[in-house]
Design a protein around this ligand. Structure first.
Ligand code: FAD
Ligand code: PYC
Length: 404
């Protein structure tokens, strides 16, 4: 970089692809960029290209509702997400970029006896691993959130909630920009508008990738493409149980701050938080059919608005200003698929469905270790693709937040 000028706000636009790299990362979402960042920072691996078919952060990274938490159900999940929450807390400072990381506290409401039992179970697992989670009464929910109708109009009253104090939100695009800029400053090349069209495998080993801008030789490919994972897996003749469903979200017009915590209700199919800008960011369940598309629907807006009004009747005159969708790469056990695969040099970071934003930092760290050393990091060894053959699933459905 020319020292006369300050560091670029973002990253360099490279006009040429090289003919070979030590590693290629497919996907310029948070996960791919975080892996590139830690590969360069922690392992000195900088002859690396991140190939993004659109623009960075334009996939699920820039489409999610930004909920960050570690109150999972399985020991494997809790340890993994807890490490991510730890990493999140230092990122703004590390990047010298304000990610608007804001710790707000996270309530998962229980409206039935069965969900109270699940919340109690989660609270106990969480506490066992040192995570700050507890079962609280409807009165405590009401105190933290005075504008909520905890009786939900008498239909499905709140019977209790799992409260997770570290629950946070952050500005999602900034996460991609922070990791992208950090990787770029260390020499990694980020190529937008560059689609991977094929992955070359010779004698069971990765040897290169075919892109919309030409051929690249490389011995290592990390696939971090969320909703496009099945397409890339086809290129290397691997099969996975991943299936794609749209997940939609919407935001309201900005309001003065009134909602401090993050509120999730699995039974009402609602999750909501208020951003620093005052907008309510809201989401609901997965669309109930497989579809590889980011279209959004009026059905979604209508039913989410109805459920929001059951919880917050005073919002009846508030306007919705935007809605959109992402493609969620779902797995049967609601846990990710990470690590080495049967194809030598082909690494997978996928199966992030509706839950992967919070995992961005820890995915970057653990995948960088795995790619650099060709050994699965300890924190991801239970998330391997082979668990579906070995019947070793990691059941996280009860902690997924999103209805299915
Ligand atoms: P992405 O950000 O999708 O990046 C993958 C990139 O790969 C894309 O930019 C895409 O263009 C690129 N790509 C695809 N194919 C190719 C190709 N052939 N060549 C080159 N590039 C390619 N998670 C949470 O933890 N909390 C939440 O509150 C939350 N809410 C969500 C709400 C919604 C509406 C959605 C859709 C998801 C939500 N998630 C949430 C899930 C989370 O957004 C994702 O799991 C996470 O962002 C995945 O990041 P990624 O970097 O793996 O994928
Ligand atoms: O994983 O916490 C989550 C979440 C909330 C909404 C979508 N995903």
């Amino acid at each position: 970089l020319n020292k006369k000028y300050p560091e670029p706000r973002m990253f360099r636009q490279r006009d040429r692809l090289k003919s070979s790299y030590d590693a290629v990362i497919i996907g310029g979402g948070g996960h791919g960029l975080a892996a590139a960042y830690y590969l360069a920072r922690d392992y000195g691996l900088t002859n690396v290209a991140v190939l993004e078919k659109g623009y960075i952060g334009g996939g699920n990274t820039g489409r999610n509702t930004t909920i960050i938490r570690s109150n999972y159900l399985t020991p494997e999940g809790v340890k993994f997400y807890d490490e991510s929450v730890r990493l999140w807390q230092d990122l703004s400072q590390e990047f010298d970029l304000n990610l608007f990381y804001s710790t707000r506290g996270h309530f998962t409401l229980a409206h039935t006896d069965a969900s109270v039992r699940t919340m109690r179970h989660r609270a106990e697992v969480n506490k066992h691993f040192g995570i700050d989670s507890e079962l609280v009464s409807p009165q405590e929910v009401q105190k933290a959130c005075p504008y909520m109708d905890v009786n939900c109009g008498g239909n499905v009253p709140v019977l209790g909630a799992l409260y997770h104090a570290p629950g946070s939100i952050a500005r999602h695009d900034a996460v991609a920009w922070g990791y992208g800029r950090g990787a770029d400053l260390r020499g990694v090349e980020i190529h937008q508008q560059t689609e991977v069209l094929g992955v070359e495998v010779t004698g069971g080993k990765v040897t290169g990738v075919k892109t919309s801008r030409g051929h690249i030789s490389t011995p290592k490919v990390l696939c971090a493409v969320a909703g496009s994972t099945p397409r890339i897996l086809q290129m290397v003749e691997l099969r996975s149980p991943i299936y794609i469903h749209p997940l939609q979200a919407m935001v309201s017009e900005p309001m003065k701050p009134w909602l401090d915590p993050i509120i999730v209700s699995g039974s009402l199919h609602v999750y909501v938080s208020q951003t620093a800008r005052g907008e309510l960011v809201m989401g609901a369940s997965l669309d109930p059919y497989e579809l590889h598309s980011t279209r959004s629907t009026f059905d979604f807006t209508e039913s989410l608005a109805a459920h929001m009004l059951e919880l917050f009747p005073m919002l009846s005159h508030v306007k919705v200003v935007r809605q959109w969708a992402g493609m969620a790469d779902m797995t049967p056990d609601f846990a990710p698929i990470m690590g080495k695969t049967q194809v030598e040099g082909f690494y997978l970071d996928a199966g992030w469905g509706t839950w992967g934003f919070k995992a961005t930092p820890v995915c970057g760290k653990t995948m960088a270790y795995t790619v650099a050393s060709d050994r699965n990091h300890d924190l991801i060894k239970d998330f391997s693709l082979s668990r579906f053959i070995n019947h070793a699933l990691v059941g996280e459905k009860g902690a997924a937040s999103v209805g299915h």
